[in-house]
Every structure is written in structure tokens, then in C-alpha cells.
Ligand binder design. Structure first.
Ligand code: 6GU
Length: 245
């Protein structure tokens, strides 16, 4: 059976959305992954199928009820033991190692919250992973779920050409990518770095590494610190992060 995304959401029509196009869309057509939505609304309570209530302790907004989410998760949990991930700005940052771990399994179950969030107890009771896609606030978890899935799907076997995926492995160090150039060699008076036209592959590789390091140091001091710490731990330059941003 192919890799399966199960998405619990009040807005099932948001899926597969952009993932029905391009690389992910072709992979979906080929059956390399499956996209199954579970509408949370039918699990709601009462005549209005309420999924949320006011927060204990007061304050703005509404909180999704633990009983409703629990029943919805029961219906989604198949025989497969897959991670359940709640997309929330309170989560730990989502990283490429997380993506690789999800891809290695049978799939993921994604819980998309609206309102102020989900009652904490159901997240604890069901050992739900909480992840954030960045330090900004979205109106709901759905766009974050699409992003998580995009990052997974491109790594599924058969989705990307082996050339591209192989290249990613070989550059493996947790640095930002070097800048890219193509024709024309001169555009609006701007030229391409000389070394890239030299045909000297060793010189090109050295230039690209230096560009990667400079960009990482300037733009992402957090990644640079992790990279430097790794280098200092391994004088042999081993233990690469196995991906490039
Ligand atoms: Cl994962 N969800 C929501 N709702 N907002 C976010 C987020 C996730 N990551 C950053 N902001």
C-alpha cells in the first residue's frame, strides 16, 4: 500500500489543493501517495454539531473539544501505526529530519485546528506530536499541513528523479544552498561569477561551498552555530546532516 496522508479538518475541500498539481499531483495520479480527509464536523455534538467551546479561565476565541477530536482520531486510526501530528504555532519547529522520519513510515495523520486551538488533554492522551512551520501565526493548520505534505511527497520513492534526490544526499551538511546562474552569461550588465564558466570542477565546488557558508553565516546564525558545533565535534568532517536547505 502507498504512503497515506489522513487529514482531520473542518475544511476538507482544501485538500489536496495545490498538492493536486505538479510533482505531488503527478505522484498522486500514479498512486505513489494517497490523500484522505476526515471532516471534523460530523463528529460534532448536538443539533449544531459543535466541535468547539469557550476556554476555561476565560479569554478570546474558542477551543476544540477533546471528546470530538478523540472520536475523529479513532475513526482515522487504521491498522497502521502512523504518527499523529497537530499543526500549531505552539509546536516545536518542523525540520527535515522530521520529514524523513514521516516518509520512512506508512504515512501521517494530520490534525488541523481552527479557533484558538485544541484542548491540551487529547493531545497528551494520544501522544500527538505538535509541530510549527515557523514563527508567524496562520488562521488554521491547513496551509501548514499542505507544506508538511509537500516536503514529504517529494522524498517518496519514485516521485523525484534519482538524479535530484541523489544530489541532495551528496551535498549533505545543513548549510543553505549556493546561488544559481544560467544563460545569458551577461544580463542587464550583470555577469556570472567567472569560476562557473571555467570548467574547473574543483574550483567550482570550492566556490559553491564558500558561498553556502557565507550565506548561512549571514542569514541563518542558528544553522551556522549547529554546523560549526558539528565541525568542532568531528575534526574528520563526518556526521553530515544529510540535507541542504
Ligand atoms: Cl503549524 N499552524 C498554525 N495554525 N499556525 C502556524 C503554524 C501552524 N506554524 C506557524 N504558524
Amino acid at each position: 500500500m502507498s504512503w497515506k496522508a489522513t487529514i482531520l479538518t473542518l475544511f476538507p475541500e482544501m485538500f489536496p489543493g495545490p498538492l493536486g498539481q505538479s510533482l505531488a499531483g503527478k505522484a498522486l495520479e500514479k498512486g505513489l501517495w494517497r490523500c484522505e480527509t476526515r471532516d471534523l464536523r460530523p463528529f460534532g455534538l448536538g443539533r449544531h454539531k459543535s466541535v468547539d467551546d469557550t476556554p476555561f479561565g476565560g479569554g478570546a476565541g474558542m477551543v476544540m473539544r477533546p471528546d470530538v477530536i478523540d472520536t475523529a482520531l479513532d475513526s482515522a486510526a487504521g491498522a497502521e501505526d502512523v504518527p499523529v501530528v497537530y499543526l500549531t504555532p505552539r509546536g516545536r519547529p518542523l525540520t527535515q529530519p522530521d520529514i524523513r522520519r514521516y516518509v520512512a513510515g506508512a504515512g501521517v495523520t494530520l490534525l488541523c485546528g481552527r479557533y484558538e486551538g485544541v484542548d491540551e488533554r487529547v493531545l497528551q492522551a494520544r501522544a500527538v506530536e505538535q509541530v510549527s512551520i515557523g514563527d508567524y501565526v496562520l488562521s488554521g493548520g491547513e496551509p501548514a499541513a499542505l507544506i508538511l505534505l509537500d516536503a514529504c511527497i517529494r522524498l517518496l520513492p519514485g516521485v523525484m528523479g534519482s538524479a535530484e534526490s541523489g544530489e541532495e544526499e551528496s551535498f549533505s551538511d545543513g548549510l543553505l544552498e549556493y546561488p544559481h546562474y544560467t544563460r545569458p552569461a551577461e544580463w542587464q550588465g550583470r555577469t556570472v561569477p567567472e569560476v562557473l564558466l571555467s570548467g574547473n570542477h574543483a574550483a567550482i565546488a570550492a566556490w559553491r561551498r564558500e558561498q553556502s557558508e557565507t550565506a548561512t553565516r549571514d542569514r541563518r546564525p542558528d544553522l551556522w552555530a549547529a554546523y560549526s558545533a558539528r565541525l568542532n565535534r568531528n575534526t574528520t568532517a563526518g556526521s553530515p546532516a544529510a540535507f541542504r536547505y
